[in-house]
Design a protein around this ligand. Sequence first.
Ligand code: CP
Length: 336
Amino acid sequence: MQFTGAHILSIEQFERSDIERVFQVADSMEPYAQRRKVTRVLEGAILGNMFFEPSTRTRVSFGAAFNLLGGEVRETTGFQSTAIAKGESLYDTARVLSGYSDVICMRHPQSGSVAEFAAASRVPVINGGDGSNEHPSQALLDLYTIRKELIASGRGVDGLRIAMIGDLKFGRTVHSLCKLLCLYRDIQVTLVSPTELAMPEQLVEELRAAGHQVLVSEDLAGGIGHVDIAYSTRIQEERFTSREEANLYRGRFRLNQAIYTQYCEPNTVIMHPLPRDSREDANELDNDLNLNPNLAIFRQADNGVLVRMALFALILDVVEQVDRFARPVNWYSGRE
Ligand code: CP
């Protein structure tokens, strides 16, 4: 794919070679993300960060990634702080904000809304999550994490065994991840969810068409027994008609240290796109896993900065210039 100037709206845009390119650039961003070096390659550039739904990781890590490349960030959060609350259309909003920005990242509750916005934008737009449809940068950082976690055991993505657990109907991260896995070979995907929250059939068909083995189950213990990755997800309460409806499913598939010890292989890596719901009635990924070295959720979140830096560098065509604008950091940095 041609990265320069591209919108990033769906994983369907990517070929396997494109993914390798993103990961190669992400690797090269480590000295900057880990505060060993500073670069000003995007000095003068502005990211418009438009989040119409709550976000901690995606919003802040896109912003931090842009700052780490030397650019500035302007943000709106929620509908009430924008003129959309006064009836302005996505078209007008896109025309206006793309005049203020060099690239825009957007999250919106409606599927397809980011693509609609991008069609009117004068600058590249990155989908930070559109309803239950897609979250492409999350899938990229998830696969980047899987690849890094498996390197220690000499494994690659081809031949991967992964269980996706929880709300697979509304979880956009697993939708994008399934599409991404279709670019790889010989994958075993176990889908553990309540029947009512099953992975959309279209995505199951795409996985099978890619030659992958897909197992559908309501049994957590059986589903996590022989996998490299146990990928847990939250019940997406915001997509339900009421909290009561979400309560029907909350807490159904809880992974904790005792269950992990009893059913998982010793090296199974635990992932979650976060936020995990740590309220007592949910707790799909228990805090008692926090000291488990195979809990990769915070490494996963850290990797989001690398992958998002890579996307900006590729879209704005500065990959080859990043190091030319580099210098050592001035401040104390006690990071590992
Ligand atoms: N993973 C993710 O999208 O997290 P946020 O909702 O905090 O952005």
